[in-house]
Design a protein around this ligand. Structure first.
Ligand code: NAD
Ligand code: MG
Length: 407
């Protein structure tokens, strides 16, 4: 039976890789809806190729522009815009599968709507799960939704766990691998002055700019530890991070009897995407077979929490529980935006997140409103901090912020 897909964030890196896999299997997958934020031209090209019923963009002006272009090309795709339209295409009867590939907190509402509508959800948007944790997992369970991880590490763990994951028989720990990003070996004293382009130059993966910066600070791995906690139900103490610069082993599961299962492959997101799309079957993804003899050697090292304070901050937020992870994620999104806009330096990202976590009172969320409130106050606090640091000049402020460094 053909799967009908809503692809949230189709113009992004994960979105394009997903369409690449889908195009290889027209008999298995068809597209109900495609969504983008502002990149109207790319969305028009995708609509002309995949002929979805609905296309969603961020604002009325972009919607009007792409509607004109689509009609001129004889394409009947309906065009709508705004956050409610994203929710509508995620819960619509027109689709059975929702690929959650929007970046950041903007993906939470439509992904949660897909869970409440009982859809099959392919989750790339880790920020949505990091923010809402138990609320999201409960919605999946209560409404009979199916959650399949697309994030390469989590997809690898999913592949290495027993099919009946409810039993979790004998799992000692899970080990998330991390490449260490572009600054793994760079002299720490020079990190304060790296540029956004340097931070986005990942050694093994081509990704959107936000996750690329997260990989450079290793906040990405921190968010993934939190993501793994919710997806697989293990406490933070049983989730380990291992630096593996080649990005060939995508993660591992360690069992009580001493066995360790790993999933390997070339670093190309089309593998986990194809796995989740076709699960439990296997389909061709366009990724070349792994040639281990050519790779010759794989290496491993422990993470350096001083070089990568964001990793420690995220692990602490998971241990703290409550709304700490939501606040961490929100502060990080604001700080990464400011770094990409060259308003703060690279090391100020961790300082900002740390200061916001100190400033926001933590509490157990009663529902989504509490999470959204923590998200909003963390964003406000981060913006204020960044604005005051711009006022001081960020070099002066860096010294100031350094006093709040993580232990
Ligand atoms: P990207 O920046 O390349 O694409 C983001 C997509 O989201 C685009 O289609 C954009 O139009 C849309 N978008 C952005 N802001 C939006 C908003 N406010 N409202 C609605 N739509 C919006 O990002 P990406 O690299 O494809 O990452 C997407 C998600 O997948 C992220 O959560 C990331 O952490 C996760 N992920 C990515 C990779 C990767 O290899 N790129 C790997 C694992 C997980
Ligand atoms: Mg990942």
């Amino acid at each position: 039976m053909t799967k009908r897909l809503t692809l949230l964030g189709s113009t992004g890196s994960i979105g394009e890789s997903t369409l690449d896999v889908i195009a290889r299997h027209p008999e298995r997958f068809s597209v109900y809806a495609l969504t983008a934020h502002r990149n109207g031209d790319k969305l028009v090209a995708q609509c002309l190729r995949f002929r979805p019923e609905v296309a969603v963009v961020g604002d009325a002006q972009t919607a009007a522009q792409i509607e004109t272009q689509l009609r001129a090309a004889g394409c009947a795709t309906d065009v709508s815009y705004g956050p409610q339209a994203l929710v509508d295409v995620s819960k619509s009867d027109g689709c059975d599968t929702v690929v959650a590939a929007i970046v950041g907190a903007a993906g939470l509402a439509p992904t949660l709507a897909a869970a409440v509508a009982g859809k099959r959800i392919l989750l790339a948007n880790k920020e949505a799960l990091v923010m809402s944790g138990a609320i999201f997992m409960n919605a999946v369970r209560d409404h009979g939704a199916t959650l399949l991880p697309v994030d390469s590490e989590h997809n690898a763990i999913f592949q290495c766990l027993p099919r009946d994951v409810s039993a979790h028989g004998g799992v000692a720990k899970i080990i998330l691998t991390a490449s260490g990003g572009p600054f793994r070996t760079r002299e720490p004293a020079t990190l304060a002055d790296v540029t956004p382009d340097e931070a986005c130059k990942h050694p093994n993966w081509v990704m959107g700019r936000k996750i690329s910066v997260d990989s450079a600070t290793m906040m990405n791995k921190g968010l993934e530890v939190i993501e793994a906690h919710w997806l697989f139900g293990l406490p933070g103490e049983r989730i380990e991070v291992l630096i593996h610069p080649q990005s060939v082993i995508h993660s591992l599961v360690s069992y009580a009897d001493g066995s360790v299962l790993a999933q390997l492959g070339n670093p190309d997101m089309r593998t986990p995407i194809a796995h989740a799309l076709a699960y439990p079957e296997r389909v061709e993804s366009g990724v070349a077979q792994l040639d281990l003899a050519q790779i010759a050697s794989l290496s491993f090292e422990k993470p350096d929490y001083e070089r990568f304070p964001c990793l420690a901050l995220a692990m602490q937020a998971l241990a703290d529980g409550g709304v700490a992870s939501a606040a961490l994620n929100a502060a990080n999104e604001v700080a990464v935006d400011a770094f990409l806009a060259r308003r703060i330096g690279f090391m100020d990202i961790a300082q900002t997140v740390s200061a916001v976590l100190d400033a926001i009172p933590n509490r157990r969320p009663d529902g989504l409103d509490d999470v959204l409130e923590a998200d909003a106050s963390a964003r406000r606090a981060a913006r204020e901090l960044i604005a005051s640091s711009a006022h001081l000049g960020h070099h002066a402020d860096r010294a100031n912020l350094t006093r709040r460094a993580v232990q």
